[in-house]
Design a protein around this ligand. Structure first.
Ligand code: NCD
Ligand code: ZN
Length: 348
């Protein structure tokens, strides 16, 4: 039995750090094991300018436990972006790329884009500077079933973006369906992040009769068994185009009740690499964890692979139900369940 593995230090290419007290409480969890994280820009006032990006990056890095930790910031794309500032920020590596939130697709996406064709000029700029377009790939329209939003986005928007900007690097964030996996696999210049929860849950864990489990409710919503299996296969075996992105998205427990204010998002960064290790072990693919967690991401973003290493040891433990500090109370993903790995230490 393998009881210890050593991997190149991972990066997490999709994290929500939030702001205020929440940010100060949760940043240590992502900086615990990762060297770099993409800090998603859907804060309550979205990050749309170079100055906001510089300040947000500093705020996160100052709150991290680890001196070498780096937050990478994509620009929250809107219909009314200041294009000169956006270009300046791309040229100076202030923005790693642009994040497309279709309007009202998820938390704080009310500032997102209504008509994607109208921001094709922005895609052209990203392509010109070889920067990445990160996409929340869901189309939220009243005639579209919640489980089909990713498929419709691919068919009605992504196909067209791919055809119009052949050299534009695209990341389909939190791929959630077999259809999405297939699109990433069969198209050029596109990669996908995969979360632990999309490889551990199906819709039965979220919806039972007419009751929703608020702690398993996220966007894109988890889907069927065949989608889960396809995502596991993509992460564990087909894995040059897929990499680690937890989409760890904390909400205070008060927003995790089944009512009108229920917010989508699952918090997993407190056990991120351990959850992936558990999944890769179940798939008999532990030897492929490193390429998924630490190599494919930097390669896609044209960055160096990290120099340090992280050791994970076998250690049975139960994930505590909550993270509680000051006024913050967040439910852990996989709470009260057994996990059999623990990241121990970073080393050269
Ligand atoms: C995220 C959030 O809470 O910011 N929610 C989620 O369900 N994943 C936003 C997102 O990435 O969709
Ligand atoms: Zn997210």
């Amino acid at each position: 039995m393998i009881d210890s593995i050593k991997i190149i230090q991972p990066d997490d290419w999709h994290v929500h750090f939030r702001e205020g007290e929440m940010l100060s409480v949760i940043t240590k969890y992502s900086s615990r094991v990762n060297k770099r994280c993409i800090a998603m820009p859907n804060t309550s006032t979205p990050i749309t300018t170079s100055i906001e990006a510089v300040n947000y990056k500093k705020l996160i890095e100052d709150n991290s436990d680890n001196d070498n930790f780096e937050a990478l910031i994509p620009c929250y794309l809107t219909d009314t972006l200041n294009i000169a500032d956006f270009e300046y920020a791309l040229q100076n590596n202030i923005f790693i790329g642009g994040k497309l939130y279709p309007n009202n697709a998820t938390t704080n996406s009310q500032f997102g884009v209504n008509n994607i064709k109208e921001i094709y000029n922005i895609f052209e700029i990203l392509e010109k500077y070889n920067k990445t377009l990160l996409i929340h790939g869901e189309l939220n329209r009243s005639d579209i079933d919640i489980f089909d939003r990713e498929k419709y986005f691919i068919d009605e928007e992504l196909q067209q973006i791919r055809k119009s900007f052949k050299d534009l690097k695209i990341v389909l964030e939190h791929v959630s369906s077999d259809y999405g996996v297939d699109f990433v696999k069969t198209n050029n210049n596109i990669a996908g992040t995969i979360t632990p929860h999309h490889m551990l849950l199906t819709k039965k864990d979220v919806f039972k009769d007419d009751v929703v489990n608020p702690h398993h409710y996220c966007m894109p919503v988890v889907k069927n068994e065949n989608d889960l299996l396809s995502l596991r296969k993509a992460a564990c075996f087909n894995n040059s185009k897929f990499f680690l992105g937890t989409d760890s998205a904390p909400h205070h427990v008060d927003y995790k009740k089944q009512n009108d204010s229920l917010k989508a998002g699952i918090f997993s960064s407190s056990n991120s690499i351990e959850l992936y290790a558990l999944i890769f072990e179940e798939e008999n693919a532990l030897e492929n964890l490193e390429v998924f967690s630490s190599i494919n991401g930097p390669k896609f973003y044209d960055m160096d692979v990290n120099k340090n290493y992280l050791t994970l040891n076998k250690e049975d433990r139960i994930i505590p139900e909550y993270i509680e500090e000051g006024n913050i109370k967040i439910k852990n993903f996989y709470a009260n369940k057994n996990i059999n790995w623990k990241a121990s230490h970073l080393h050269v």
